[in-house]
Design a protein around this ligand. Structure first.
Ligand SMILES: O=C(O)C1=C[C@@H](OP(=O)(O)O)[C@@H](O)[C@H](O)C1
Ligand SMILES: C=C(OP(=O)(O)O)C(=O)O
Length: 441
């Protein structure tokens, strides 16, 4: 991707109007993968056409599914579980951890040989978290030192069902094992000590696969499914991505005079930790027009500029807002008093080391932070100076967080590379300018 730097100055007026963010990234990846594994034709409405999801679409095509696009409807003719074809070339998953990890699960129970790679960021991310458990079903994996891509997989059609307790809270690992279970012979069981986003489980049911979910002590879950399973094509409506809504939402909270409505945002309770945390900070945020669409709760977020106060976010909330910490940290920098964001160890293995990069973003702009173990402490400043140069390390969420910092800080913020915003939020700058942000360039 060609680097694209940007310097962002304070918005001269409050943000206002109505807007819609692009489709949910997690649901978009899964809709393409499940549709490719289903019998029949699936239409997907509202698919996120971001680079990460386009990589999944290319991979599913290379594996034999027919995928076409007509206006904003995606049409997928599936092949059935166990029927994916061996691709003739390497699969390039770009910047997407979700694509690489979920696909590893699917490929482990197909008797084909595949090689997966990605960009420099993805090639630095850990894959052992899926390779190790998936090897238990009889598949073979080869990766670089440290379990890094490129990764080769020799899958098996005689897969044993896995029983696995997640050592980390990760919806990607859970989903990889469940996807492998679709073509294993017997009952696959995953236990998670803390519930993570359940889009895979919900979408399995939508495609006609029965999934048994029971609550475990604390906030955990046990998920079981019997293979081999048959998926029947079903149309999918993708809601707006709550993780993308976070950026215009926090910008509107921080820019004085703002009043914005973000319509049609997914409100799955395992994704809404940011909204809870912002409300605890005193955000004027209300959810309107709540309804169920395509099997997921959705609603409109009405947000007005607010003076925020510091917050203490407990570690058990992390899975429900895991991608929102950089932008929450920006909000905390503008709050009155101290904030403590707890249990952030997983941030170190995202597109970048997001804990280190978030600290650098805040410090470069005059906010003061401390890291204690896996906790990030932010000493609120009301209106940080800005004026910093932010390095985004191929990480879309850092780029958008830095832009929001620039829109609300006293001095312009320069961002080394905003190109990776295309992975999850195409049209981000235009959308913000449509609300009056006045971002130049
Ligand atoms: O399952 C998913 O769609 C995702 C799970 C999360 O990753 P982890 O499972 O690594 O926490 C999240 O960070 C990612 O953006 C999307
Ligand atoms: C962590 C993220 O995505 P992925 O793991 O799919 O690269 C993200 O979108 O913030």
């Amino acid at each position: 991707m060609q680097a694209k730097s940007l310097t962002v100055s304070a918005s001269l007026k409050g943000l206002s109007g109505r807007t819609r963010v692009p489709g949910d990234k997690s649901i978009s990846h899964r809709s393409l993968m499940l549709a490719a594994l289903a019998h029949g034709r699936t239409h997907v409405y509202g698919l996120l056409e971001g680079e990460d999801v386009l990589r999944t679409a290319d991979a599913m095509r290379a594996l034999g599914a027919t995928i076409t696009q007509k206006d904003d409807v995606w049409v997928i003719d599936g092949r059935g579980v166990g029927e994916l074809q061996e691709p003739s070339d390497v699969l390039d998953m770009g910047n997407s951890g979700t694509a690489a990890r979920l696909l590893s699960g699917i490929l482990s129970t197909h008797s084909i040989y595949t090689v997966m790679t990605g960009d420099a960021s993805l090639r630095s991310r850990p894959m052992r978290r899926v390779m190790d458990p998936l090897s238990g079903n009889g598949a073979q994996f080869w990766a670089r030192e440290g379990g890094r891509l490129p990764l080769s997989i020799r899958g098996t059609a005689e897969a044993k069902p896995l029983e696995y307790r997640l050592p980390i809270a990760s919806a990607q690992v859970k989903s990889a094992i469940l996807l492998a279970g679709l073509n294993a012979h017997g009952v696959t069981v995953v236990e998670e000590p803390i519930a993570t986003r359940d889009h895979t489980e919900n979408m399995f049911r939508h495609f006609g696969v029965s999934v048994d979910v029971s609550e475990l002590e604390g906030n955990g879950r046990r998920i079981a499914l019997k293979g081999p399973a048959r998926l029947t094509a079903r149309d999918v409506i993708v809601p707006g991505d709550p993780s993308s809504s976070a950026f215009p939402l926090v910008a509107a909270l921080l820019i004085p005079g703002s009043d914005v409505l973000i319509e049609n945002v997914g409100l799955n309770p395992l994704r809404t930790g940011l909204f809870t945390s912002l409300k605890e900070m005193g955000a004027d945020l209300t959810i309107e027009n709540e309804r169920i669409e395509g099997g997921e709760p959705v609603g409109d977020l009405h947000v007005r500029a607010s003076q925020l106060k510091g917050v203490d976010v407990p570690p058990e909330r992390a899975p429900s807002m895991i991608d929102e910490y950089p932008i929450l940290a920006v909000a905390c920098a503008f709050a009155q008093g101290q904030s403590r964001l707890r249990g952030l160890e997983e941030l170190r293995v995202k597109e970048s080391d997001r804990l280190a990069a978030t600290v650098a973003l805040l410090e470069a702009n005059g906010a003061s932070t401390t890291v204690e173990g896996d906790d990030l402490i932010i000493h609120g400043f009301q209106t940080p100076l800005g004026g910093g140069e932010v390095k985004t390390h191929m990480d879309h969420r850092l780029a958008m967080s830095a832009i929001v910092m620039g829109l609300a800080a006293q001095k312009p913020v320069s961002v080394d590379d905003t190109a990776f915003i295309e992975t999850s939020f195409p049209g981000f700058v235009d959308l913000m300018n449509g609300l009056g942000a006045g971002i130049q360039g």
